[in-house]
Design a protein around this ligand. Structure first.
Ligand code: HEM
Length: 444
């Protein structure tokens, strides 16, 4: 048994697995099991332990994992197997090398280089200089996915894809939600995870086909004249004398980034618009902060620093609705943790949703209160992008796109308040709105 220096003194409580809750909505089911057990629930499933954890200190300690006790979970490995060799599938040294090169290109400073392209792409998505009273209907889960495809690919390839290609990518992502892949129509596939695997296999195959031409074109660009994140990554690999990527590896890499980045970003934007349409006074507050400072000018990176209110809104959205609600880890070697003996093959579900919505860490966690980020924030209790070696590579890109989109929307539109909108969630892997809904924006 290995020695641990686990920082939490909370003990796990043996709890029978709540199969029904976890199958119908894993994110909520896992959080509820953890809450009922006082923070850590331990269950036996077919000879293995599964822990549901909503303890912030323990969750952070597991993610930092300084003693190599933990690894990607079995489920994650199954998911990752669809991405081909690359960022998510390699282990050990190979993974660390690719990871470092990609990470070095996704720093805040390097992403800032793409500010003008990001702005152009967002303006092309939402329109600009619109006549007063013109409305923009945003179909959540659809329009916003197209916006993410357009903007993230602009940064990766250095130029915007044409609208036909963007629609083809959008169709590939939306295929996942079509009836053939929904519960009920495939009665034999009972587990939500098995259904997810099946639909993702379809999506990743399509995405891979669609990526062939843009990846090839991006790699042919002249690094002296053109600028793209894909060239930056390849440059970084060369600079660090790492083995250069083949075209297939580049395609796998971009496929991974697409699969990890497009829907996470678009669902976060969906939640932002939903929460603001339900709480329009916060849109008004944003307008009061943004409009006098910027008018209709394009915001610069420098302007971001003076718009803390925008950051607070996005933070509060990511707190209430973290799109990756659960981070799963496997156990690699025997250890004692929270009073439980764990062994290889056991699974830990770190409930980011549970920690973000726990009254132990947040005052009135069910209330949408962006201003809480001025006082209540503590590093381990707010981790929408994860922590440690597997922390989100795309977080600066995601935050840049979300911040710029929200600023551009508030500069130009008022939001139509709608109290009937539903904040109910669906979660297999990502936490998204359960219902198909529209948001209406009106040009000022
Ligand atoms: C609001 C948007 C996003 C959120 C909330 C988010 C959240 C996360 C979280 C929680 C993880 C850790 C998962 C784990 O430990 O199992 C993660 C990993 C990752 N994210 Fe993001 N993400 C977002 C956007 C993006 C974007 C835009 C990209 C790239 C274009 C991206 C690329 C990745 C990659 C490659 C990983 C895997 C890192 C690794 O395993 O080492 N993400 N993300």
């Amino acid at each position: 048994m290995s020695e641990t220096s686990c920082p939490s003194d909370r003990s796990a409580v043996e709890t029978p697995i709540d199969r029904r809750a976890i199958l119908s909505n894993p994110a909520i089911g896992i959080a509820q099991m953890a809450y009922r057990a006082g923070g850590i629930a331990a269950s036996n499933v077919l000879g293995n332990k599964i822990l549901q954890i909503a303890d912030a200190l323990l969750s952070a300690w597991i993610q930092y994992d300084r003693d190599d006790f933990f690894c990607r979970s079995r489920q994650q490995k199954q998911l990752n197997s669809m991405f081909g060799t690359g960022l998510l599938t390699e282990e050990g040294r190979d993974w660390a090398q690719i990871h470092d090169s990609v990470n070095n290109s996704f720093t805040r400073k390097n992403i800032n280089k793409y500010h003008e392209q990001i702005l152009d792409s967002i303006d092309a998505n939402i329109g600009h200089d619109l006549p007063s009273n013109q409305t923009l209907q945003v179909q959540l889960g659809e329009d916003t996915v197209g916006w993410s495809v357009a903007t993230i690919s602009t940064v990766l390839f250095g130029k915007r894809l044409n609208s036909e290609t963007i629609s083809q990518f959008l169709d590939a992502f939306l295929e996942q939600n079509k009836p053939a892949h929904q519960p009920g129509s495939e009665a034999k596939i009972r587990s939500p995870f098995a259904r997810l695997l099946k639909s993702l296999l379809h999506v990743t195959t399509e995405i891979e086909k669609l990526l062939e031409a843009p990846v090839q074109a991006a790699l042919k660009q002249d690094p002296q004249q053109d600028q793209s994140l894909l060239l930056d990554i390849n440059d970084e690999l060369k600079r660090e004398s790492r083995c250069p990527f083949s075209q297939g590896q580049n395609r796998n890499l971009v496929k991974t980034l697409f699969m990890a980045g497009i829907q996470t970003s678009s669902y976060t934007l969906d939640w932002t618009l939903l929460l603001l349409a339900k709480h329009p006074q916060h849109w008004q507050r944003l307008a009061e902060a943004i409009r006098p400072q910027l008018g209709n000018h394009r915001p610069s990176i420098h302007d971001f620093e003076h718009l803390k209110a925008v950051h607070n809104v996005i933070g509060e959205v990511l707190r209430m609705r973290p799109v990756i609600p659960t981070i799963q880890k496997g156990v690699t070697k025997p250890l004692e943790m929270a009073g439980i003996n764990l062994k290889p093959g056991d699974t830990l579900n770190l409930s980011i949703y549970g920690i973000h919505n726990s009254s132990e860490y947040w005052q009135s966690p069910e209330s949408f209160r962006p201003e809480r980020f001025e006082s209540e924030l503590r590093a381990q209790t707010f981790t929408p992008f994860g922590l440690g070696q597997h922390t989100c590579i795309g977080q600066h890109l995601a935050m840049h796109i979300l911040t710029t989109t929200l600023i551009r929307l508030v500069q130009q539109f008022d939001i139509v308040a709608d109290d009937s909108l539903s904040l109910e969630t669906e979660s297999t892997f990502l936490l998204k709105p359960l219902k198909k809904q529209n948001i209406t924006l009106v040009a000022i």
